[in-house]
Design a binder for this molecule. Structure first.
Ligand SMILES: [Zn+2]
Length: 106
């Protein structure tokens, strides 16, 4: 993802909805395919409306944000994405990643 090549309007157009943000997170998180955290099964289906992946075996629903800094936050995904965009423009992706790791650890 080349944030530098995208201006704010384009970014908003692409990540302006919670669904679009969840979709992007999903692709990032399960880039090598879904794996169920409960039973390890590697097949499931994405429920876009609820932003969860449902395991094909045990039917556990895993939110795309589970285990990330986005999960326990009251801030909407759209707002997070905007904050990340602004930070990326300012400091670059590495800072954004570093921040997410720091915020993630209690
Ligand atoms: Zn499962």
């Amino acid at each position: 993802m080349k944030a530098e090549a995208m201006n704010l309007l384009q970014w908003q157009k692409r990540f302006g909805t919670g669904e679009a943000c969840a979709e992007a997170l999903k692709q990032q998180r399960w880039a090598n395919g879904f794996q169920c955290p409960q039973c390890g099964h590697d097949h499931g289906h994405w429920i876009a409306g609820r932003k969860v992946y449902q395991c094909g075996r045990c039917h556990r629903q895993t939110p795309v944000t589970a285990g990330t800094l986005f999960h326990s936050s009251n801030v909407a995904l759209v707002q997070w994405f905007l904050a990340i965009y602004l930070m990326v423009c300012d400091k670059g992706w590495l800072s954004a990643l570093r921040l997410s790791r720091q915020v993630d650890r209690p």
